[in-house]
Every structure is written in C-alpha cells, then in structure tokens.
Write a protein that binds this ligand. Structure first.
Ligand SMILES: *Cc1c(COP(=O)(O)O)cnc(C)c1O
Length: 353
C-alpha cells in the first residue's frame, strides 16, 4: 500500500505465473512449455537477424509476420492482429472488445488471467459454473452479456469443446463478441478458425508459446473479422507501437512456415500424452479427457497438494491450484519428453506404494 499508487493499483490482484525455478536437473512439467525446441529454421532466422541492424525500430505493423500467419490459416492479413504473447493480445481484447455495460461471461474454472484483466480494466464479469464433469455447457451462456471468452481446450482442465457447440453459441450470441482462446488447440482440439469468415462476432486467439515451442520469444495473435481486428489495432497503437521486436518477428515467421516440424512435434506430444494417461490410470489416477499438451488428473486417495510436494522432493515440478475447492484434488501435468514421462511414472509408482 502506498499513497503514490493509483486506485486501480490498490485494487489489483495480479496473475501468478507458474514457477520458473533457477535449478538444473529438474523435470519441469508445470508451465505447459513444449519439451521439444523450436524448429531449427527458427534458430537460423534468429542468427541472421542478429547479424542485421538492431539499430532500427521494427515494422510497427508487423506486415511480414501477419502475412505468414494469414497464409498459415488461409485468411487475409487484415484478419490478423499480433502481439507480445497472446497474454498481451488478450489484454487488448478485454479493453477493446469485452468492456461493456453488461457483464463478460467466462467459466468459473478457466484461465486465471481473465479475472485479472477484468480487474485491470474495470470490467464486470460473471463466472458460469462448469458442469459436474468439468465440461462447458454453451446453453448456460445464452443470456444478455457484454462478451464471452473461454479457452478451447479449456485450461486447466484440458477438456476440448466440439466445434458444433461453438457454432451454436455463435449463432445464439450475435450481439457481443465470442473469444475462443486456442492456446492449446494444436494438440488435438478442433479449431474455430474455419468459422471466422462466416461469423463476424468470432475472435480466435492463438500463441507461438505452446505448439511452436517459442514461449521465450513472446508472440501471440488474434484472428477475426477486419472490424474486430481494427479495434485491437487502435488499442495497440495507443499503447505500444512496437510490441513485436525484430527477433520475435524473424523467429515467428520461420516457425509459422515450418509446418512439417510443427506437425511432427505436436504428434509426438500427443502420443506421449496418450501413453501417460494409460499409465496414470493404472496407478489409480482419474484423468480428464485432454485435447492439450497437459493433463488434469487426481489420485483416488492422495491429495493434490501433498502429491505436488512429494514430487518436488524428487525434482519433478507439476502445477497445483488450491482454489476453487473443486479442483484442489487435481494436478496439472505438462506433457514432457518420453523420458520425462518415464521419470514421472517411476517416481509416482514409488510414492504411491
Ligand atoms: C499459455 C496461455 C496463454 C498465453 O500464452 P502467451 O505465452 O502469452 O502467448 C493464453 N491463454 C491460455 C489459456 C494459456 O494457457
């Protein structure tokens, strides 16, 4: 508390990111990073960029990057907005498109940054409870609102929502924007990007942090009608003219273009996920269905907090959420390499005897 702080700062409850421990030899399965490095073509592009002049500002409009993203998704460049990680893109989305007199709707169990942005931008929201099986029921969102947002697959549950349900929501909710946060969509969830040309109320956000293994580069984007994209550009140009630096642009373009590497690494993660689910089930875990690069699992007789602490003793870090109480028994486990998966299973087998 300080007399120098503005009112909004006094009222903020900032987001708490997963830990980035400064230790080696950890099996780090807590922040949904990709265990495989980025495409070798990304590294080449970054080296080339380093040889060029960093003296100059980057392109404020990121035209080359937008063109590469548009091409990858079969859209036009005026349907693409880019930002410094999809968290920054989402921040602009909240301010530009989701702040209205009616409340914003999102699930009670979801990405915990959403209520944080509501606090920052003073947006009223209503949390809609997930069903008992942790799924989203789109009919629950059929009420007057200032916007709707949820991740697909949802976080931290990992549960995917079928595209037909999203389309139903877009048809019933025509008076406000529906934002689908597709941070994890490439690990086996159906994308809503193909609906963009038919629904002007749809905005999809994606990131290069997860499937393209570039969490450290900070690039995310939004896809939608030019009308929605223009709102985001207006906010961005009132905030930071150059959110995408020269490295981020060069690396992200190379990543979007290397489709083969992207597909190969995503399928490796999905294969590891499926075998991990089987092994955890054998060890007495109940694992929710996952369309993501992580799983949400609870053990039949060991508490989530206790298991997290025990794994830490064995240098394995997973994520645990204390609240809400309904998810406290669960662990969120990022899918790592095959050998990390093996280390996790071996440790759990020892801990659970
Ligand atoms: C990781 C994540 C993001 C943001 O990722 P960036 O690294 O900021 O691009 C957005 N939404 C969800 C649900 C996420 O898990």
């Amino acid at each position: 508390m300080s007399k120098f702080w503005s009112d909004v700062v006094h009222r903020l409850t900032p987001y708490v990111p997963g830990e980035q421990p400064k230790l080696d030899n950890l099996v780090k399965l807590n922040t949904n990073e990709n265990p495989y490095g980025p495409s070798p073509k990304v590294i080449e592009a970054l080296k080339l960029e380093a040889a060029e002049s960093l003296r100059l500002y980057p392109d404020p409009n990121s035209d080359a990057l937008k063109a590469a993203i548009a091409k990858a998704h079969n859209l036009n460049a005026n349907q693409v907005f880019v930002g410094n990680g999809s968290d920054e893109v989402l921040a602009h989305v909240f301010q530009a498109l989701l702040k209205h007199s009616r409340p914003l709707l999102f699930p009670d169990i979801t990405y915990s940054f959403y209520p944080v942005y509501c606090g920052l931008y003073d947006i009223e929201y209503q949390a809609i409870p997930l069903a008992d099986d942790f799924t989203i029921n789109v009919d629950d969102y059929d009420q007057p609102n200032g916007g709707i947002i949820f991740p697909n697959p949802n976080a931290p549950t990992g549960i995917p929502l079928a595209l037909v349900k999203i389309e139903k929501l877009l048809k019933s909710n025509t008076q406000s924007v529906v934002v689908i946060d597709e941070a994890y969509v490439d690990f086996g969830t159906e994308s809503a990007v193909g609906l963009i040309n038919r629904y002007s109320n749809l905005l999809v956000t994606q990131t290069l942090s997860k499937a393209r293994s570039l969490a450290g580069l900070r690039v995310g984007y939004a896809l939608g009608s030019p009308e929605l994209i223009e709102a985001l550009i207006r906010v961005k140009d009132s905030f930071n003219s150059y959110p995408i630096d020269r490295f981020a642009s060069a690396g992200a373009i190379a990543a979007m273009q290397d489709v083969a590497y992207f597909e190969e690494t995503c399928s490796k993660v999905v294969a590891t996920r499926e075998s991990l689910i089987k092994e955890l089930t054998n060890l007495g875990f109940d694992v929710l269905p996952s369309g993501a690069n992580f799983i949400f699992a609870k053990h039949k007789n060991k508490d989530g907090a206790e298991l997290t602490a025990m794994l830490r003793q064995k240098n394995i870090i997973v994520r645990h959420f204390k609240a809400p109480a309904r998810i406290a028994p669960y662990l969120r486990i990022t899918i790592g390499t095959e050998s990390q998966s093996k280390a996790l299973i071996e440790s759990l087998a020892e801990l659970l005897v």
